[in-house]
Ligand binder design. Structure first.
Ligand code: ATP
Ligand code: MG
Length: 344
């Protein structure tokens, strides 16, 4: 797959980059096009840390069963590596193996107004489909702020849906710094262009999501799905009522297929528009499925190899956690001292 180029790559100064993925289900093409490929590009230039954020996966009780969580953590880590993150250039670790994440979350929770959290779109969306949302779901963005701030992060490469959370992390950092002194670097979101919000194939009004994909076949294109499953999902994608593609007036479903095609082929939007305008949806879907399947083939091969050697995967994660504990401890110590938790 093409590595996305962004103006950030033109800068010569090295930045600190942090981002995470939840082990909540099968990673999908939205995770790849919105986040993972930015991570792969970032490691060429910047000082990067990436985490499988397992504590975040606990915020929806029942979403991941305890016995499944370790499997999903390994799978998420293997996907990150299979996508091209190189542990000799970037640090990859599991969030719960660095206790400072949970500890800093408490300090930050005590300076975060509840109203800020209640305004978060993801909280409202996820809470709406549950009988009783957990306090953890409300506090999710505070944990995310801790993840980011511990590594003195400048840039957070994420999909569009996480922009609001990164902005909250900025607000929390600034509030803490103002109240207690300069503990944190104020981070900026890094959102790619074109594919920062891939929509669900079965419902192009909502973003493609791992947890939704667990219960709705045909919602997502799983990065590890076999070719026939990918083909079936794309064939079933919602399009418009008109008989053929009209790029100028295309609805969300058709625009989504065109964005996925552009994302996996790296072709220019104008060339794609010229090729598919006036073509029937069936032809567009075959072309998108062919392009997605071909582009995922090397990733899927690497994923299978990585999963065949869990010992090696665990060694990579253990080394990443060790390194991260050292960096995180310094930030936590500084914040703790500023807030008065250290006896002099
Ligand atoms: P869940 O449904 O459990 O929240 P998710 O699909 O949203 O899962 P996350 O682990 O929450 O995945 O997010 C990992 C990264 O992928 C984040 O940077 C997020 O912004 C990005 N991302 C998630 N969904 C999409 C999407 N549909 N399009 C583009 N980027 C996405
Ligand atoms: Mg999510």
């Amino acid at each position: 797959m093409e590595t996305s180029r962004s103006p950030v790559f033109e800068r010569t100064n090295r930045k600190r980059v942090f981002s995470g993925i939840q082990p909540t289900g099968k990673p999908h093409i939205g995770n790849y096009l919105g986040a993972l490929r930015l991570w792969v590009g970032a490691q060429e230039v910047h000082d990067c840390s990436f985490a499988v954020v397992d504590l975040h996966a606990l915020t929806v009780p029942g979403a991941v069963r305890p016995a499944e969580l370790p499997v999903k953590v390994r799978e998420a880590a293997a996907i990150v590596l299979a996508a091209g993150v190189d542990p000799s250039r970037a640090t990859l670790f599991v969030q719960s193996e660095v206790p400072a994440h949970a500890e800093l979350t408490w300090l930050l929770s005590c300076v975060t107004p509840v109203g800020w959290l209640e305004r978060m779109t993801q909280y409202k969306t996820k809470a709406a489909v549950q009988e009783r949302a957990s306090a953890g779901l409300l506090a999710y963005p505070v944990l995310q702020a801790a993840d980011i701030l511990l590594y003195r992060t400048d840039l957070v490469p994420v999909g569009e849906d996480q922009k609001q959370h990164v902005e909250l992390a900025r607000d929390v950092a600034q509030r803490f710094n103002r109240l207690f002194g300069e503990a944190f670097v104020v981070p900026e979101p890094w959102i790619g262009s074109g594919t920062a919000r891939i929509m669900g194939l079965d419902d192009p009004t909502a973003k493609m999501s791992k947890s939704v994909g667990e219960t709705r076949p045909g919602h997502a294109i799983g990065l590890t799905d076999p070719p026939e499953v990918i083909r079936r999902a794309i064939q079933g994608a919602v399009t418009d009522s008109a008989p053929a593609v009209d790029v100028a007036t295309a609805g969300a479903g058709v625009r989504n297929l065109l964005a996925i095609y552009a994302g996996v082929t790296g072709e220019a939007t104008e060339a794609i528009a010229a090729r598919f305008n006036g073509r029937r949806y069936g032809k567009l879907k075959v072309a998108v499925a062919d392009a997605v399947i071909a582009s995922l083939e090397p990733l899927q091969r690497r994923f299978r190899d990585l999963m065949a050697d869990p010992g090696e995967l665990d060694r990579v994660l253990a080394a990443g956690a060790e390194r991260s504990r050292g960096v995180a401890a310094v930030t936590l110590q500084r914040a703790s001292a500023l807030i008065g938790l250290v006896r002099r």
